[in-house]
Design a protein around this ligand. Structure first.
Ligand SMILES: [Zn+2]
Length: 340
C-alpha cells in the first residue's frame, strides 16, 4: 500500500509499504480518504531540533477515512462507516484521559505524523476509543478538518477563553485554516468578530465568512485599528496563533480583564511582555494545544449544522509537498486537503 513518508528534513517520498495486520483487541482498521494539512505539518517537514522522532516517518496529523475492519471485541462501528481519528496516541488510562482531557495525557506516545507515524497511508490500525464517527451529510473532505483545525478552535474559544454571545473577539490571520473556522464559530454564537489578513483580496473573503471588521495588517497597525473599532475599549478575547510578531499588539488590543488564548506561534517562538501591564490590566493569557475527543464531536456537529471548513486547495497524495508550499507561502485562504 502507499504511504507518504518523510525521509529527511524537507524530503518526502511516496513509499510502497506492507499493509497493517488485522486490527487487534480494542482496535479498528481505517482506510484513509483525506488528510488535512496544518502548520504542524510544516514544522515537521522543515525539521525541528526538539522533535524526538525517527525517520522515515509517515506524515499527516489530521485525517478522515472509513472503517475497513474491526478488532475482535470492538462494537459500535460498522464496516464502511465514515470516521475521523484523534491526532495523538494517548493512553486512555491516566487521570487526564479518564476525565476526557486527552490533550493533557500524561503518557502520550506522540502526535501522529509528527513524533510517530501519521495518517498519510492507505490503511492503519487505531485504538477504537480514539476514533469518532462522522455524522450524516458531512463529507470526508470536510470531516478531515475536524480533529485538529476545527477542534483546536472549539477548545480555544469555548473551553479556554469561554467566549460568550455578544462579546468581541480579535481573530488573527483570518485566512488561515483555524482563522476561517474561528470567524465562523464566533459569529455563529453572536459575537462581533474583528480579523486580520495580509492582503486586500483576503479582506473581502473574510467579510463573506462573516467577519464584521477586517484589518490588513500589512498596511494598518492592527492594535491601533482595534482600538478605533472598539471605541478605545479593546476586545474581550484575542485568538492568537501568530505569536512573536503580534503578541504585544494582541495584549494592547484587550480590554481590562480580557482573555488571550494562544495555540501557535508561526512567526517565531519568543517575545517579551510588560508584566506591569499584565497584572494592572488583569489580562488572562491561556495556552492551548490540541483538543479533546468531545471537541472533535462538537466540531463535527457544527459541520453537520452548516459551519463548513473553507477549503483553499485539494491536492493528490503524491503532491502533498505542493500543499505544504502553499501553506508556507501564506497565500492560503482556508485549508489544504490531500485526497487519496
Ligand atoms: Zn493518558
Amino acid at each position: 500500500m502507499r504511504a507518504l513518508t518523510l525521509v529527511a528534513d524537507r524530503e518526502l517520498k511516496l513509499a510502497d509499504v506492507p499493509p497493517p495486520p488485522p486490527p487487534g483487541p480494542g482496535e479498528v482498521q481505517i482506510r484513509v480518504k483525506a488528510v488535512a494539512l496544518n502548520h504542524l505539518d510544516l514544522w515537521g517537514f522543515r525539521g525541528m531540533a526538539f522533535a524526538k522522532r525517527k525517520l522515515p516517518l509517515v506524515v499527516g496529523a489530521e485525517a478522515a477515512g472509513e472503517i475497513a475492519a474491526l478488532g475482535p471485541d470492538v462494537s459500535g462501528f460498522r464496516i464502511g462507516q465514515p470516521v475521523v481519528m484523534y491526532g495523538a496516541l494517548t493512553c486512555g488510562t491516566c487521570k487526564a484521559c479518564r476525565e476526557g482531557r486527552d490533550n493533557l495525557c500524561e503518557n502520550v506516545k506522540g502526535v501522529m505524523g509528527f513524533h510517530i507515524d501519521g495518517f498519510a497511508r492507505e490503511l492503519l490500525n487505531m485504538p477504537a476509543r480514539l476514533v469518532v464517527p462522522v455524522p450524516d451529510g458531512v463529507t470526508l473532505r470536510d470531516a478531515a478538518c475536524a480533529p485538529i483545525a476545527f477542534s483546536t478552535v472549539q477548545h480555544m474559544l469555548f473551553d479556554n477563553a469561554r467566549l460568550e454571545p455578544g462579546e468581541t473577539v480579535l481573530v488573527h490571520a483570518g485566512g488561515s485554516g483555524i482563522g476561517t473556522a474561528a470567524i465562523q464559530m464566533a459569529k455563529a454564537i453572536g459575537c462581533t468578530v474583528i480579523t486580520t489578513v495580509g492582503d486586500d483580496a483576503k479582506m473581502e473573503k473574510a467579510r463573506e465568512l462573516g467577519a464584521d471588521h477586517v484589518i490588513n495588517y500589512r498596511t494598518d497597525r492592527f492594535e491601533g485599528a482595534v482600538r478605533k473599532i472598539t471605541g478605545k475599549k479593546g476586545v474581550d478575547v484575542v485568538f492568537e496563533h501568530v505569536g512573536a510578531e503580534t503578541f504585544n499588539g494582541s495584549l494592547l488590543s484587550l480590554k481590562r480583564g480580557g482573555r488571550l488564548v494562544i495555540c501557535g506561534s508561526t512567526s517565531g517562538p519568543t517575545t517579551s511582555i510588560n508584566l506591569m501591564q499584565l497584572f494592572q490590566q488583569q489580562y488572562r493569557i491561556i495556552g492551548s494545544f490540541g483538543a479533546t475527543l468531545a471537541n472533535i464531536r462538537a466540531s463535527l456537529a457544527k459541520m453537520a449544522d452548516g459551519i463548513l471548513p473553507v477549503i483553499d486547495t485539494e491536492v493528490p497524495l503524491a503532491d502533498l509537498q505542493r500543499g505544504l508550499a502553499r501553506l508556507e507561502s501564506r497565500q492560503v485562504f482556508g485549508k489544504v486537503v490531500v485526497q487519496f
